[in-house]
Design a protein around this ligand. Structure first.
Ligand code: GLN
Length: 303
């Protein structure tokens, strides 16, 4: 596995880079476009990584998998009374299906859905609610500490007019209670710092039916875990999910800073990172690394 990851990073570095670093959140535009990292951890806890593993980036939409997990831990299947299960076929920032569907977000992985999910995490203030999210990440990683990247949070909060519009829309229809609380905690989830080793570790329970295979602790019930992994497959990379299913064949959750979490059910959790994005908002090199690894190890769940 180690030599495979080393080879994949070397191969990608030798190919011409494609894609653009996200700049609609001004702070993200400062990222070094050539960063490249991949980590994998298997159910026995063996961890392998290659590339710029020590580099931290912000979770962005990869956080949506963990905020959904936390909401499911707190509320169980009631979560799906306020957010649906279906793909949108539209970009993550789209407001399109909301208007014709009484403002109910189609799924938890588009921005409107993640804002609704963030609104389900209890707390009287954004700090209180965000503290619950950080504690949950600490639990998933058996004790690691995580923190907010203030510049990214400020940058996103100052420019997130569209997300704020969506939150107002959700409030109008009664899907959230407090607009500021829901949207600001959503921005905070997105602005949490992580590296690929940590991200792969956080996702490990999703590869093992909701149980952390290293500690033996149950994190989530099986059906909640299955819902997350299934939604990662159908909606985790937005209007690119069909292509990802064919080319990689793994449940994935991507984010605009360039991170991707991929789950191999019953086997391992993989995290890839590289900041240049394709037109659908997914890391180009990240997807390519996952594709190479999936082909070499025959990991596709659709094999
Ligand atoms: N924070 C970003 C946003 O709300 C997350 C989007 C993403 O990673 N796809 O626009």
């Amino acid at each position: 596995m180690q030599s495979q990851l080393d080879e994949i990073v070397a191969t990608i570095r030798s190919e011409p880079a494609t894609g653009e670093v996200a700049s609609y959140i001004p702070e993200l535009a400062h990222a070094d476009p050539n960063l490249l990292a991949i980590s994998a951890i298997d159910l026995s806890g063996k961890q392998f990584s290659a590339g710029d593993v020590e580099h931290s980036f912000t979770l962005q939409s990869v956080s949506k998998a963990f905020s959904l997990a936390l909401a499911l831990e707190i509320h169980g299947p009631l979560v799906f009374n306020k957010v649906g299960y279906e793909p949108t076929g539209n970009p993550f920032f789209s407001m399109l299906p909301l208007e014709s569907e009484q403002g109910k977000p189609r799924n938890p992985f588009v921005n409107s859905g993640a804002i609704a999910v963030s609104g389900m995490i209890p707390g009287d203030t954004r700090q209180e609610s965000y503290e619950k999210f950080l504690k949950f990440l600490t639990k998933l990683s058996d004790g690691q500490q995580f923190r907010l990247d203030e510049p990214t949070y400020t940058s996103e909060s100052e420019t997130g007019f569209r997300n704020r519009a969506m939150a107002n829309f959700l409030k109008q229809y009664g899907w959230i209670e407090d607009v500021d609380l829901a949207v600001e905690t959503y921005f905070m989830h997105c602005s949490t710092l992580i590296n690929t080793d940590q991200l792969a570790r956080l996702g490990l329970f999703l590869a093992n039916r909701g149980v952390d295979p290293i500690t033996g602790n149950r994190i989530l019930d099986e059906s909640s875990c299955r819902a997350i992994v299934t939604l990662m497959t159908t909606c985790g990379t937005y209007d690119y999910a069909g292509r990802v299913a064919i080319e990689i064949g793994l449940p994935c959750k991507s984010g605009v800073s360039g991170g991707i979490l991929a789950i191999v059910p019953g086997k391992m959790s993989i995290a890839a990172f590289s900041p240049r994005l394709g037109t659908h908002g997914n890391s180009e090199a990240g997807m390519r690394m996952l594709q190479l690894l999936s082909e070499e190890l025959e990991l596709s769940i659709f094999q």
